[in-house]
Write a protein that binds this ligand. Structure first.
Ligand SMILES: Nc1nc2c(c(=O)[nH]1)N[C@H]1C(S)=C(S)[C@@H](COP(=O)(O)OP(=O)(O)OC[C@H]3O[C@@H](n4cnc5c(=O)[nH]c(N)nc54)[C@H](O)[C@@H]3O)O[C@H]1N2
Ligand SMILES: Nc1nc2c(c(=O)[nH]1)N[C@H]1C(S)=C(S)[C@@H](COP(=O)(O)OP(=O)(O)OC[C@H]3O[C@@H](n4cnc5c(=O)[nH]c(N)nc54)[C@H](O)[C@@H]3O)O[C@H]1N2
Ligand code: SF4
Ligand SMILES: [Mo]
Length: 717
């Protein structure tokens, strides 16, 4: 199908989980403009700079056009799709037969559409019989998913964007919304303009652009959120909504008893916050409708699940849930991390918020697929970090990576690179080549992008949207789901001969029937005309659901929400004399992750041209570090070279850098050479937000990394 002349259509932004609807204009197969859709719930005409420049990055010189195979000489050569599919199916079949089902793995992404995530789950869990099917959402949303399901009985936020306009106090904890979810942050600013008495409370060690706009900014010590949340709960005990607690929750007695044992002064001392600020925050929560946004400052921690549960505890304590303008609102990172969770891409999940560990759930899914009852394995699958550990030891032989760039984004990168070198088979499915990860591939498969295919996704507020194909894919690129489907067919698998994408979607959405994320009423045909609908939406006449739990009936077996007692364990790595600074990592407004797209937009690079390190003058001064000077940040795992940004927006003792620049763009500048792979014991999400490091000025010329293996050789201390 070709598209002659000027034409236009609607799509959804393939960057963050806000899920802005885009009005896309094209000339033939070339995009010429992207604007916000005026009547879209998520953005009402707004877009951020990244979204508005998307049209630049479709047909670039490094766009992958054909399947590529590694040659004996180490380069790549073009091969046909038929050959690529045959090779992959043959290798997977061979490894499966020789080493068993758990010798192969799929590592996907919250940037895959729901159709692709569902099909990967069906192929690996249903056909190959392994739960080694995880995604980069493990690095991102796993703690939130466990937090919601342990407290409310189901994953997925109770809230919607319209709640912002009704909230009286908006708490933003561990989220830099102004840079990472800018269009939703616009709603927060709008609320403040419309109702100036609205209180905005930002809990973040750094004075971020989000914190700049807060009424109260709490620059707590990194990692001390549990102490902070417990101090708040203790201060708010007299304000507890005891009627709500008695009727709709369990576990309050244990929670109250735990708080009674805690010493308020000790908790506040742990956060390093002035007591008055904590008391002012409690005051801002009293008797007001409270909406709490939270993101990676909560999730990417060894206590990620506990932090999520402690946020929900506060809402249960105050009865601030299941009503307009209130609730715990976990911000989703990627465009379709929600859809990935709904379709069972994480290792512990099955489609429809089912669990691999649940025998009844396994049987339900197998029956829907027409597979024998025992087809699905009860063995726990490897999660993201565990996959790369198992690849290095040889326990895992093959990894199929789609829509993620782990050779830049995983923690402890040296380990990840060793793992990729060790693997017997690495298949990488991306839109561009080279990336840090495609360089490790045996086979590289070209994926069609968001405007080049029909696809479905779910945003942060449970809004499910269908996006039609607006232009033809470049070269021979195919939608991710079509690539997975062809491999399944080549493996001789039953149940992959879908006559259309619609048939594939309909198979999935009927499997969610009766589940908390019920999308049964969203047939492909209805979604195509309605454009967007919020789950739960159980039947075709159902209008969709803006807010969950308005009836206070939670998804737990007894219908009651659960309080949890969360004892702090503290960060995995501690600072010491050798590595006295805390490194925290995250994002900048101008770039999307490993920059495979934003790195090509001149105006975005102008805003953030290269890797930098935020450091306080107290820490920079004694080290002889001036603003704009090159520095080396090092620890026991590695070192990076970045440019110092001496600033008082970061507290003394803490430094901040990003993982936006991989080795292809700025060798040895990526935060992940320094991060470690300690995991939250429940969610298995890594603690990207806390590592111990030292920083030193580079005063002499040093050869480009990694020639120098001992980072201290570079230091001129
Ligand atoms: N521009 C841009 N936007 C994005 C992305 C992007 O790459 N670029 N990525 C998307 C994705 S996938 C995600 S997951 C989201 C992430 O969105 P955010 O979570 O908002 O972004 P981060 O910068 O990772 O971290 C947020 C904040 O956590 C703070 N923090 C660090 N340690 C702690 C702590 O111990 N406690 C508290 N309370 N805060 C702490 C950091 O200082 C930082 O400001 O952004 C999405 N949006
Ligand atoms: N230090 C540190 N590291 C972090 C984090 C942090 O805060 N600090 N955050 C973590 C988090 S929350 C996340 S989500 C991850 C993100 O990490 P990644 O997922 O590795 O980052 P991206 O650069 O978004 O990689 C996505 C890849 O998919 C490709 N792609 C885009 N669209 C498609 C498509 O439709 N199909 C296919 N097949 N490919 C596509 C892109 O070209 C790109 O190569 O990083 C994690 N790493
Ligand atoms: S706020 Fe997020 S979804 Fe909206 S345009 Fe920006 S990156 Fe895209
Ligand atoms: Mo993320």
């Amino acid at each position: 199908m070709s598209h002659p002349g000027l034409h236009h259509g609607e799509s959804v932004c393939p960057y963050c989980g806000v899920g802005c609807r885009l009005w896309v204009e094209a000339e033939g197969e070339r995009l010429i403009r992207v604007k916000g859709v005026e009547d879209a719930a998520a953005n009402r005409g707004r877009l951020c700079h990244k979204g508005a420049t998307l049209w630049h990055v479709i047909d670039t010189p490094d766009r992958l056009r054909f399947p590529l195979q590694r040659t004996l000489g180490g380069g790549f050569r073009r091969i046909s799709w038929a050959k690529a599919i045959k090779l992959i199916a043959g290798r997977l079949r061979g490894l499966h037969a020789t080493h068993g089902p758990d010798s192969v793995a799929f590592f996907g992404s919250g940037q895959l559409d729901t159709e692709s995530a569902y099909l990967a789950c069906k192929l690996f869990k249903g056909v190959l019989g392994t739960n080694n099917t995880d995604s980069n959402s493990r690095l991102c949303m796993a703690s939130a998913a466990y937090g919601y399901s342990s407290s409310l009985g189901s994953d997925g936020p109770p809230t919607c964007y319209d709640d912002v306009a009704e909230a009286e106090t908006i708490v933003i904890l561990g989220s830099n919304m102004a840079e990472a979810h800018p269009v939703t942050f616009d709603l927060v600013r709008q609320r403040k303009r419309d109702a100036p008495l609205t209180r905005i409370v930002v809990v973040d060690p750094r004075r971020t652009p989000t914190a700049e706009r807060a009424d109260l900014h709490l620059p707590l010590r990194p990692g001390s959120d549990l102490a902070f949340l417990h101090a708040l709960a203790k201060l708010l005990l007299p304000d507890a909504d005891r009627g709500f607690i008695a009727a709709h929750t369990t576990g309050f007695e244990a929670f109250e008893a735990y708080l009674a044992q805690q010493d308020l002064n000790a908790l506040i001392a742990e956060t390093a916050l002035p007591e008055a600020l904590v008391r002012d925050t409690a005051q801002a929560l009293r008797g007001r409708k409270v909406l709490t946004f939270y993101c990676m400052g909560a999730n990417q921690s060894r206590e990620g699940v506990a932090k999520n549960l402690a946020i929900v505890n506060l809402h249960l304590l105050l009865g601030q849930i299941g009503m307009p303008g209130a609730g715990p609102f976990s911000l989703t990172g990627q465009p379709n991390a929600m859809g990935g969770r709904e379709s069972g891409l994480l290792a512990h999940q099955l489609p429809g918020y089912r669990l691999t560990a649940n025998e009844v759930h396994r049987a339900e899914v197998a029956a829907h697929w027409g597979y024998p009852a025992g087809a699905l394995s009860p063995r726990p699958g490897l999660t993201a970090v565990e996959m790369f550990r198992a690849l290095e030891t040889g326990k895992l032989k093959a990894i199929w990576i789609a829509a993620t760039n782990p050779a830049a984004s995983m923690p402890d990168l040296h380990q990840v690179q060793r793992a990729l070198r060790q693997a017997e088979l690495v298949v990488v499915q991306d839109c561009y080549h080279p990336t840090e990860t495609t360089q490790h591939a045996d086979l590289i498969l070209p994926a069609a992008q968001w405007v080049e295919k029909d696809w479905t996704g779910t945003n942060s507020e449970r809004m499910v949207s269908f996006s039609p194909r607006l232009i033809a894919p470049v070269g021979e690129a195919l939608p991710d789901y079509e690539i997975i489907r062809r491999v399944a067919v080549a493996l001789g698998a039953q149940g992959f001969d879908f006559p259309s994408r619609e048939a594939l979607w309909d198979e999935f959405r009927t499997l969610t029937s009766g589940r908390p994320c019920d999308m049964n009423g969203m047939s492909a045909a209805r979604l195509c005309s309605a454009r967007e609908l919020q789950w739960p939406c159980p039947h075709e006449e159902h209008p969709g659901t803006k807010r969950r739990y308005l009836d206070r009936a939670f998804h737990t077996p007894d219908g009651r929400a659960r309080f949890h007692v969360n004892k702090p364990v503290g960060p995995h790595e501690r600072t010491d004399a050798e590595y006295p600074l805390i490194l925290t990592t995250g994002r900048l407004a101008a770039h999307w992750h490993t920059r495979t797209r934003t790195g090509k937009v001149i105006s975005l690079n102008f805003k953030a041209p290269g890797p930098s390190l935020q450091i306080h003058p107290h820490d920079a001064g004694p080290r002889g570090i001036e603003d704009g000077a090159e520095v080396v940040v090092s620890n026991r795992r590695g070192f990076v070279r970045v440019v110092a940004e001496v600033t008082e927006t970061i507290p003394p003792g803490t430094v901040f850098t990003t993982f936006h620049w991989g080795d292809l763009h700025a060798p040895h500048s990526n935060a992940n050479y320094l991060t470690h792979a300690a995991l939250d014991p429940i969610s298995k999400q890594p603690e990207y937000k806390y590592a111990a490091v030292e920083v030193a000025a580079v005063r002499t010329w040093v050869p480009a990394a990694p020639v120098v293996s001992d980072p201290t050789e570079m230091l001129n201390a």
